[in-house]
Design a binder for this molecule. Sequence first.
Ligand SMILES: [Zn+2]
Length: 246
Amino acid sequence: MIVRATGIPLAIYPYSSTSHIVHWLTRHHGKVSTLLKGAMRTNSRFPGEYELFSTSELLYFAKSNSMLYTAKECSLLQRRSAFRTDWRAMQTASYLAALLNKTTPEDAPHPELFGLYEELLDLAENFGGHHQFLPWAELQFADTHGHAPNLANCVLCSSETDLKFCASQGGVVCSPCSKHRKLPTLGSPPDVLSILRSWQQAGSPASVVKTALTGRQRTEVNSIASTFMLYHFNLNPLHRAAALAA
Ligand SMILES: [Zn+2]
């Protein structure tokens, strides 16, 4: 069966000395892997038609007994050029690609997730160089997965005072509940929780990247975000650290 799909490469690997294997996130077919035969030859059928973070239209043969499909045609629809020159934004986009690649199973269509990835890449071209962008993007990602952390009140008793972040409970817990249940919590003073709440509500990063953070707030925001991403999406904090070190 020949399938036509809109997709964005999540990872590109060499295969043999002349071909590429590309893992794509596609709009309607979820994550698919394709072999692009002869992609590295000078007379390749695919020159410049796919690259990381850019959207392409792809035509491939899908076989039911294989997880690796053969690409037939590929044409670039939208190049996101900012990532070629803005190294910090590119590191952010790399992290998002790693996040999507790690958390998306093969052949599990999730058009809303594709839409989010597309939107986050578009936004990362403009805002991805700001350190506030990544935690904001992670909050959007968690929301799309139905794992938006509850930052408003204790997830166990609904108390609104004396709250601390607890990754395993998927949000904040109050001091009495955390003591009673011996829950591990993270340093999360009210000012930091309030920043995260406002970012969670922000539909666009334009205002988010203008939030001035002290060194302490920045450390605590990232500690909460990385612990949450590790716990809920099993994402190695090293990916995150690499993006933020940029
Ligand atoms: Zn409580």
